[in-house]
Design a protein around this ligand. Sequence first.
Ligand code: NOJ
Length: 754
Amino acid sequence: MKNFNAVLRLLFTFIVLPLFTFAQPASKKSEIDKKVETLLKKMTLEEKVGQMNQYNGFWEITGPAPKEGNAKLKYEHLKQGLVGSVLNVKGVENVRKIQEIVVNESRLGIPLLFGFDVIHGHKTLFPIPLAESASWDLQAIEKSARVAAIEASAVGINWTFAPMVDISRDARWGRVMEGAGEDPYLGSKIAVARVKGFQGDDLSANNTIAATVKHMAGYGFAEAGKDYNTVDVGTSTLYNVIFPPFKAAVDNDVKTVMNSFNVLNGIPATANKFLQRDILKSKWNFGGFIVSDWGSGFEMIDHGFSENLAHVAEQSANAGSDMDMESYAYVTHLKSLVESGKVSMAVIDDAVRRILKVKFELGLFDDPYRYCNPENEKNLIYHPDHIAATLDMAKKSIVLLKNEKQLLPLSKNQKKIAVIGALADDKNSPLGNWRVGSDDFSAVSVIEGLKKYTNEFTYAKGADLVLGPVSFIDEVKINNSDTSGFKNAIDAARNSEVVIMVLGEHGFQSGEGRSRANLDLPGVQQQLLEEVYKVNKNIVLVLMNGRPLILNWADKHIPAILETWQLGTQSGNAIAEVLFGDYNPSGKLPMTFPRHLGQLPIYYNYFSTGRPGPKPEVFWSHYTDEVNQPLYPFGYGLSYTEFNYSNLKVDASNSSQIKVSVSVKNNGKYVGEEVAQLYIRDKISSTVRPVKELKGFQKFSLNLGQTKELQFVLTDTELGFYDGEGKFIVENGEFEVMVGTNSEDLLKTTFTKK
Ligand code: NOJ
């Protein structure tokens, strides 16, 4: 067996890899490729391995050089050219100092990549990615990433570990806040918009940065929604649900991909040859490089997959993971693994070529300090244009879940308002989880936003949401018992005409490592809501949360509910504009809201069972103690106005361009924006297809009484799917096509593709 593996490795090294590398005739190789080859020839094995090594932070050495320990080791490695990239360093002065060490003191002076988690803005924070996705506004989403890149590049960063494109169907998973929700079609469009925003048209400009799609792959399918947990998915889900956003980003030239902490079908993603070599680098022809997740190599020892760190290095490098983030595996062991023949030189060269290429494309060899302009740092951070962009994005991200008797919008002359809930006065939570580059407590709170409209309100906290200070690395301690502030809140509500209750999750209750086994309003908030309701039923519930919550009681009793997620720097202003009707909400849920934990995972694009029901007897696919449907379906979101859909028509005469048209009329009392959604169902196919699949959407504005005719075109791209071997196939036959305002309220017709 050992011999067989050795033969395979030799075949791979001398036959397969050279085919990829030398597939293009020399004359066609770009200038950059030539420069890469020239540089590669000058490099020693140690220097090559150095490019594949990424270290965290160098705060210690931006002062005098460290004398001992890890900091000393890292410092020496910088000087020896044994580091290709660092992460978590920001500020032009720090970046310059570290870059200078490498450029001036290492033998070849190859500049470093400076990576950072620029996830939803850098200093100016945008809504969390899940919230932005609720806007279904690709231009605004691209702009958000563009602004993030402008600010990040102004502080010396040239590489972001974003966007996270993991599809997820389980709101218990804390990182749903960081993605685009449950749908591969919407997720792919958003992935491309974000990559374009970060990378711009010209990567060598000093305000564009390399993007990363992560985490390849399956991380969002962690069993039971528990972060880092095992992932076991079949090929249909892998190819049709998990891969599409990654593939879309690769097709749009994303420069890097991050692998993942999880085990996928038994093999850790970091040492997964199928994912990295077969799919990414071979099938998709990905030209950038793959970075591991933080210590994900090292973690393979705990997974029971690697014996020791040397084994980690061997398995990860051979499987195609090009850069090692903080495992110390490559820098410690790769050289001797090459010398002993366990890792081939071709594997190393392939990885280094990819890394150097990105450095050349960023223009770092022309000017290693191109992101180190102190003027930019001074002028671009919190630039008024960025504030305007995040306010716009924040408004577009809000979803109106319920509005009985048109309680919203409130009149600008509304008197006697009570505002209740700790989150109403919170300047920190709306910043969300990923804001390492920004300033804590810098969001506009709801109270501050309201004050721009009125002073006619009384504020009562009701109860603390959390106990003690909260940080990025600690568990959040929730107040589960102290109700001593209830009385004030109830009194305020009793004496008011309308109550605005701001409830939900703390900003650090979602995100990495923050899975929840409960999806209710945390702590004593539900109790507070019910107590207040006893004295005043005129409640507007403003929700702030990083994931879908279970809101059955609120949906049954509370007349108006606004989902505001965590909206970033301009949170309170955006919420106030919506409450008082200066902005008509237009967001649509990118993730299903369940009724019960037992329904999870829940998603709209499920397969029909053989017993879809309902049936008079018990033997059909359902819960006996809960309805099957979600509380709020995917794509759901109301407006202050009303849209009517009619006249759905299909022209299937040209089978490669099926035309679908529909009329939408604004029948209500406000100008408003709508997101029309088109779904298909492939009725009979060689592998079972979902009951609905989003395959098109359009966002548009309608004046009072205005009607718009929408046209959609369905091509093979929308009508095809991947079979179990990952082959894209398109089959003729009958399709349903459905268009409407969310994934459940739809007009429906059929066509036959010939
Ligand atoms: C771990 C996270 O999973 C990843 O998304 C992030 O980019 C790295 N840490 C670096 O902070």
